[in-house]
Ligand binder design. Structure first.
Ligand code: HEM
Length: 322
């Protein structure tokens, strides 16, 4: 009896240990405490810099969130989006989805400089992007999530992968579903991640067609935006992706979709009589559910093909290979 109890106890302990090792603070090969010994203050350095950047300009929070997305969807979360062109490759910054709109590089440079002076060669640029994205969402009143670290940086970047892997503003619902499913995401996760458009801005050139040619657009919403985005000219004029609360991360984005006031054609595709409508209604009426699903999907996004172990490198300057 005593021996069967102790064998059961042994099995239970072994199971708990395995469970903890697999699911406790790790996610894939990344972990929450990756820099605990090598750069214990890295979180506070990043949080301070992000808070300061967001308090100078709220939109910067959105720009930092987008940088992490555009990093992860192009050959994994490897800091490739940060690389400038060099003699061996043309980087991702001039790809269609990035050119003229991707921003936040100076904030990442500032963080990197501070971290290099505290713990030289330790914290990767890809991890800075992941931490900054979470801090940015929190700074704009959004949810936090269990970010994990240990990514390393790529030694190359891909203009063509950036052009083909990032979804465009003219996408249909099925196009959106398939571009996220190519990265392992469900349609519901895509709908949750699209809630990122609760913050930030877009250029007239990416929503002009919607203002003048879409028929599922609220007439007074279109009329409000048209003066700043005429049929020709003003390509770089900006409008908030969420006119209802442009600098607060919340679920108003989904309510906008229900009233046909999504800014991008691709946004409104999520509520256009199709299979995504029910999920949009759920998020529109329940912010806590949106926050929970968004956080889980961000953890999953941050796990897209990271370089770990001895792959890649920790760049000392995020814009250049060492
Ligand atoms: C669902 C497919 C998506 C499409 C088609 C899309 C497209 C776009 C476009 C066209 C812009 C404006 C760019 C410009 O002005 O040229 C934009 C901005 C933005 N996107 Fe997305 N996006 C998508 C998903 C996401 C996801 C998953 C995230 C984050 C996890 C994200 C975060 C943002 C943010 C925060 C901005 C505003 C950036 C700023 O103000 O600097 N987007 N997106």
């Amino acid at each position: 009896m005593a021996s069967s109890t102790s064998s059961l106890l042994f099995k239970l302990t072994a199971f708990t240990l395995c469970f903890w090792v697999l699911f406790g603070t790790t996610s894939g090969q990344l972990s929450a405490n990756f820099y605990a010994k090598t750069c214990p203050n890295f979180r506070s350095v990043i949080t301070r810099a992000v808070n300061s950047a967001v308090s100078s300009e709220a939109r910067m929070g959105a720009s930092l969130l987008r940088l992490h997305f555009h990093d992860c969807f192009v050959n994994g979360c490897d800091g490739s989006v940060l690389l400038d062109d060099n003699s061996t490759f043309t980087g991702e910054k001039t790809a269609g989805p990035n050119s003229g709109s991707i921003r936040g590089f100076n904030v990442i440079d500032t963080i990197k400089t501070q971290l290099e002076s505290q713990c030289p060669g330790v914290v990767s640029c890809a991890d800075i992007l992941a931490a900054a994205a979470r801090d940015a969402v929190v700074a704009l009143s959004g949810p936090s999530w269990g970010a994990v670290f240990g990514r390393r940086d790529s030694t190359t970047a891909s203009l063509s992968a950036a052009n083909s892997n990032l979804p465009g503003p003219g996408s249909s619902l099925s196009g959106l579903i398939s571009s996220f499913s190519n990265k392992g995401f469900t349609a519901n996760e895509m709908i949750a991640l699209s809630g990122s458009h609760s913050i930030g801005q877009a250029r007239c050139t990416v929503f002009r067609n919607r203002l003048y040619n879409d028929n599922n657009i609220n007439a007074s919403f279109a009329a409000t935006l048209q003066p700043n985005c005429p049929t020709s000219g003003g390509d770089n004029n900006l409008s908030p992706l969420d006119l209802a609360s442009p600098t607060t991360f919340d679920n108003k984005y989904y309510n906008n979709l229900i009233s046909q006031s999504g800014l991008l054609h691709s946004d409104q595709e999520l509520f256009n009589g199709g299979s995504a409508d029910a999920q949009v209604r759920t998020y529109a009426s329940n912010q806590a559910t949106f926050f929970r699903d968004f956080g889980n999907a961000m953890v999953k996004m941050g796990n897209l093909s990271p370089l770990t172990g001895s792959s890649g490198q920790v760049r000392t300057n995020c814009r250049k290979v060492n």
